[in-house]
Design a protein around this ligand. Sequence first.
Ligand code: PFF
Length: 441
Amino acid sequence: MGVKREHFGRMGVILALAGSAIGLGNIWRFPYMVGEYGGAAFIIVYLVFAFLISLPAFLAESLIGRKTGKSTYDALENLAPGTKWKWLGMLAVLGAFIITSYYSVVGGWSLDFLARSVVRGFDSANPEGAAVVFDRMTGSTIEPLLAHALFLGFSCMIIVLGVRKGIDRFSKVCIPLLFVLIVAMMLFSLSLPGSKDGLDYLLKPDFSKLTPRGIACALGQSFFSMSIGMGVVLTYSSYMKKQQKILATSVLTLIFDIFFAVISGFVVMPAVFSAGLRPEAGPSLVFESIPYIFAQMGAASPLLGRVMAIGFFLTILIAALTSEISMIESCVSMLMERLHWGRRKATWVIFCAALLLGCWCSLRSNVFSFCDFVSSNVFMMLGALAFTLFAGWKMDRAAVQNEFTNGGSLKISSALFGAFYFLIKYLVPPAILVIFFTNLL
Ligand code: PFF
């Protein structure tokens, strides 16, 4: 139909990519994994993986999108016509769709908790209070379904507004706000009595806890956190202007993401230890322990407790929204291009389908876990593998270099490009395979 492709502004694309990267993964998964797998020891491995594996994988996916200016399926078909690569692209988008559905359920919980914080807060007398609220909420059928529908519906409204007026504008407001919120929360959390134990828990390296599974989790978490392998990076990069610096954009996204994850650890763990709770609660920590902490605080100073709870759940909600819209855009953009649908129609279809799958996830915890497992351990890994193999082995080295250096106009040393090319050819694919099999065992 020859619809003109929209483009992000220069800051818009960085903030949108950062918005996709910064999400629930940073706030509830990262702090918990750090504690579980050896504190600083895990952080060191995480950082090494982030720069040596995730960054090249992110760049590989990004340059395919920017080069073609197409969404996942068409981008691969465009560069390798008549081959099967496009089907791998389709698989990646299917993975994004599955995450969209269950992620929206968790987004709904944060919406619900935000509303509770605003309306009446949590019970300070009962440490089990929040856990009970959480169980009741996830157990009762209608409330979480409604919250899921609202969260998904709002995300879809941003998508309908388009790349420039929707995603770009929304990210520009949300990302700076997120940073202000999380830093304020960290300062507060660190000022709580007994918070030092939380810091020790996060930072003391304990290499004995760094098991092979912990190492595999570090890479899995890094991919999930950087939104790699789902066609999201590819799709957003396809809206990038040709003069944008692809390497700088990727490095900045990575730094924002790591910063946010580490700061989230400094928010969650000191608060958990200060309240005398144990961090073993795992992923539910954020929805069970944290509300109790704010409630306790509220017993001493009701206004403070309430403000902190609102700030915390607002942070989670915004972080979840910017990630959710990136996944929806990956799906919508492919439908628009493949089926020549308008943006509104494609968004409606994804809304209805994700609403249904999300409701199923909300009602059946085994469906929820299955969706989480296959999307993060199978689709995401295969997607990341496909994009790196494609850039490393299928595309011409000159074409890759051309994209990396904006047609030679950027002063990027050939050694730096050589290192990147070496990594996507020889290090990243086997590393993904090792992690893929470790996770399946
Ligand atoms: N990066 C997001 C987070 O850390 O919560 C999750 C995510 C977004 C995963 C987009 C995959 C994706 F395509």
